[in-house]
Design a protein around this ligand. Structure first.
Ligand SMILES: [Zn+2]
Ligand SMILES: [Zn+2]
Length: 429
């Protein structure tokens, strides 16, 4: 995502600039955006995901588990504030935690078990804006709550892959790894620490060994990148249950013909993740288009209830950017359209009711009534290129008629107003 140019502000004049890291979706991209949302909805129905929408604000504690720090320190790392009546709230940072909150609050386990939901909307990232990392991130999510079977891991993976395929993303790749469980993971972390304590890491990494050993895999200094190659991997330290689960997921991935790359150094730091984690990439584009994983510990950490879950979030802003860059074709499913011309005060006044009548009969009406003359309106009409133009002047208004013009042949015909909808429909067939 291109970084916004910061213009010099003129003192005392409010500048029309969006907050850094936040973007508008403009009318020119409307058709692609609609295609994304419609594809998501279509797929959700095919996969039997139900719609859910949670609020933009939650109590900050909901996101604390994700940050892995004490509540007070964590609250400083999110957009949190007090409402006028003194309640602490925070802009949501992810969608899985609010969905889990809703699941428990409304006993959604009784609605369906497991519960399969889809949702869309923005989440907010704290911290600096970097290339490819916005502050407001629009997402489409799939979550399956209430079952830890590998068949559900594969379903969120497949739904995301199919989503991207339908949007014509080429060469999709699944990057996948497992995070193990509490038991095997802590053994593994000890092995990792033991290994790194003996190595010459960079200073930053040295400080992370004891508390955040996984963070060392993300270091890009040459010495640490070299050390990573010899570091122990979790696959060699999984317990039997985690090993079986990962094997089951990979088998399903293969059965479904998904191109995948197991990556033992791909990790997530949030402690609520366990077992499967994944990201989806397309072609040469360096950023992931979707990312997710199993979060069986999240509910336990937040609400002291054991409720397994697995989910994915697709980055809609990146998807849109890439579709624009690739000139992804979109065929808009049009309503039949007409262009409406009205000249003169009386005709213009009456035209509002007539246009509304057409619209309520599923005919899209385009107009340029702000332009005063017939020729100026017709010129605009040429550009929008509808099969039919309806021309309504003072004479027609007086006689309760209207002119229907075939824009291709130029043939026109005067009809009585009472037959406007029928005659228009007839010619649009
Ligand atoms: Zn395990
Ligand atoms: Zn390092």
């Amino acid at each position: 995502m291109p970084k916004k140019k910061v213009k010099k502000a003129v003192k005392g004049v409010l500048e029309a600039v969006a907050v850094e890291g936040m973007t508008d979706i403009l009318p020119k991209d409307g058709e692609l955006w609609k295609l994304i949302l419609e594809t998501g909805k279509h797929l959700s129905e095919l996969y039997d995901f139900h719609f859910i929408e949670t609020p933009m604000l939650e109590v900050p504690d909901i996101f604390v588990a994700g940050i892995g720090e004490k509540a007070e320190a964590a609250a400083k790392k999110m957009y949190s504030f007090k409402t006028p009546d003194g309640q602490d709230v925070a802009l949501r940072q992810d969608l899985s935690a609010p969905v889990l909150r809703s699941y428990i609050e409304h006993h959604l386990g009784y609605f369906a078990s497991p519960l399969k939901v889809y949702h869309k909307g923005p989440v907010f990232r704290f911290g600096k804006v970097e290339p490819g990392m916005n502050r407001e991130v629009r997402q489409w999510g799939f979550d399956i709550i209430g079952d830890n079977d590998a068949v559900y891991d594969i379903q969120v993976i497949l739904a995301s892959m199919e989503f991207l395929k339908l949007l014509k993303f080429p060469s999709l790749r699944l990057k996948i790894n497992t995070m193990g469980c509490k038991v095997c993971r802590s053994n593994y972390h000890e092995k990792l620490k033991t290994y790194y304590r003996k190595q010459k890491t960079c200073t930053t990494c040295k400080g992370n060994i004891e508390e955040h050993p996984l963070r060392l895999f993300k270091c890009t200094t040459p010495e640490c990148a070299e050390l990573k190659k010899e570091a122990p991997i979790i696959l060699d330290h999984l317990c039997q249950a985690c090993n079986n689960h990962f094997k089951a997921v990979l088998e399903l991935v293969e059965d479904n013909g998904v191109a995948y790359e197991p990556d033992p150094y791909f990790v997530r730091e949030k402690e609520y993740y366990n077992r499967t984690i994944f990201e989806i990439y397309s072609g040469e584009y360096q950023y992931s288009l979707a990312g997710g994983g199993r979060y069986d510990y999240l509910s336990e950490m937040l609400f002291k209830k054991m409720i397994p879950g697995v989910g994915v979030a697709l980055s809609l802003d990146r998807i849109l950017e890439q579709m624009k860059a690739r000139n992804t074709p979109h065929h808009r499913k049009d309503h039949p359209r007409v262009f409406f011309v009205a000249v003169g005060d009386q005709a213009k006044k009456m035209s509002v009711r007539l246009m509304n009548l057409l619209r309520m009969n599923n005919i899209a009406v385009i107009e340029a009534l702000g332009k005063k003359t017939l020729s100026a309106q017709m010129k605009f009409g040429d550009r929008v290129n509808t099969p039919i133009a309806l021309i309504f002047g003072q004479k027609e208004a007086f006689e309760n008629t209207i002119i229907i013009r075939d824009t291709k042949s130029g043939a026109q015909e005067t009809i009585i107003l009472d037959r406007l909808v029928e005659e228009t429909k007839k010619r649009l067939r």
